[in-house]
Design a protein around this ligand. Sequence first.
Ligand SMILES: Cc1ncc(COP(=O)(O)O)c(C=O)c1O
Length: 355
Amino acid sequence: MQRIPLARPAWDEAMRDAALKVLDSGRWVKGPENQAFAEEFAHWCGAIAATPCHNGSAALIAALRILSIGPGDEVIVPSLTFIATATAVSLVGATPVFVDVERDYWCIDPAEAEAAINKKTKAVIGVHLFGQAFSPRLREICDANNIALIEDAAQAHGTELEGKRAGSIGDIACFSFFPSKNMAVGGEGGMITTTRPDLAEKMLRFVNHGRNDALESVELATNLRMSEVQAAIGRVQLKAIDEWISKRRKNATEINQGTKIRPNSQHSWHQYCILSENPSILINELSAAGIDAKIHYPTPCHRQAVFANHHQHGTILPVTDDIASRLVAVPVHPGLNQEEVERIVTTLSSAKETN
Ligand SMILES: Cc1ncc(COP(=O)(O)O)c(C=O)c1O
């Protein structure tokens, strides 16, 4: 019996051909593949512009800098997320302010975010956690308070909220192409998108030393460009993404463990997480059936050692602290075959009976 991994990155002849074509051409950086990938990705998610970059973490740092966020500023973030959401804020010299998540959907709680806004607040980073769209209230709250909404869409290629795809909901959005994500680029990779004409030019400049058309650096930035090989692979993957997301949705429907989906949204099921009363028993039972499973994220950001000196370190965020160590991710990726989906479904239902 073959083990079922939590992710199975797609790789085929078309991707291999695209990569080899770039290598054979000798045009390895700053070429047509990056340009085309940016345009195709922006078009696909409904943004006005996009730029490929090193990875999702670099995309977040860039987004904050593009919004001129730095020392003395505060940025509101959920504590239940991958650490990069929060460390990006610290790395630009600003302070992350941690808030709790919604009990039903596990995304940043808009009421908590609103309550945390003060004169220093410059932005909210909404994370579409596991592919679940964050609340549409966030957009209204940010607009009413004249602050930016940054989408952490690292886990949300294909997520939709009120008819808009992730990448076109916030002022600026950040994607990751880490191999386990909904789509990948054959290595490290990320994408920044924007819906704001006044940010587009700065965003395109930012990944290239802040240089303008005359090749003069007009602001402090660095080289965050993606390699042409990665962009070429990404373009091939982008052609398949809609089909892969449909497959994730179909698998999620079969797994059907009662995970709630926000009304007026489409989940993209980067992860299928189950809120378990006995996570270690569940993980052991899945493992015995040859199924990989993992807790996401056992230590919320505000409790991690990197934030030991943060004023909220060790404070209680009731929902986050209650659920963080109980969210068990099971495989839901489009690479699952029918036998594997059935094995996951059967194992989960017998685990339910024995627990
Ligand atoms: C929510 C979230 N934000 C940011 C990142 C960072 O992306 P990357 O690993 O490409 O730097 C990830 C990816 O792991 C993520 O899941």
